[in-house]
Design a protein around this ligand. Structure first.
Ligand SMILES: [Zn+2]
Ligand SMILES: [Zn+2]
Length: 176
């Protein structure tokens, strides 16, 4: 995903880019996309330095970690970055030893380019927005651990008293 932020003398603006999930090259068993990737960036430019506030939105298909049913969910994540364009004749500084710059998402481009590539940052934001243990709904009852029935659909009638009766036996100990 590429953004043209140095193309003219705009001081600030909003850029919207839609891109296909294939461009992000995310290969995950945990989710698949059911929408394009929408990127919305506010930028502020001071000659050769541009600060960007970006928001990524899309919709993904996930598998519920309790009942294993598939469901769709909107995702949204924000990130910021600074892009700096080198002046003519300026040599690319060595930033590799400075971890602070890494945290700030600093992108440095050659003086004769107008475009920054934010594919990696967008990919990270998308992956970060995916819940670790997704549930189709908070009230999801999951699967019966005896027969595997989806308890959201019907009660299977399996005995689930094992824990309760164990507590009953234990509580008897304290009566004595
Ligand atoms: Zn579920
Ligand atoms: Zn059951």
């Amino acid at each position: 995903m590429k953004l043209e932020i140095f193309e003219d003398n705009r001081k600030r603006d909003v850029i919207k880019v839609d891109s296909s999930p294939q461009d992000l090259d995310v290969d995950s068993k945990e989710f698949s996309f059911c929408d394009e990737i929408h990127l919305n960036c506010n930028f502020q430019r001071d000659v050769d330095i541009v600060s960007l506030q970006c928001e990524v939105r899309s919709r993904v298909r996930l598998e519920c970690s309790r009942c294993l049913d598939e469901f769709e969910r909107d995702i949204k994540e924000q990130f910021s970055l600074v892009a700096r364009r080198l002046r003519k004749g300026e040599i690319l500084p060595d930033y590799s030893e400075n971890e602070d710059d890494d945290e700030k998402n600093l992108i440095i481009i050659e003086h004769n380019t107008n475009v920054i590539d934010v594919t990696d940052l967008v990919r990270d934001a998308v992956i970060f927005s995916i819940p670790f243990n997704p549930v189709c709904k908070e009230s999801c009852k999951g699967l019966c651990n005896i027969c595997g029935n989806n308890l959201n659909e019907k009660e299977c009638g399996c005995k689930k008293e094992t824990i309760n009766s164990a507590w009953k036996d234990l509580s008897g100990l304290f009566d004595k």
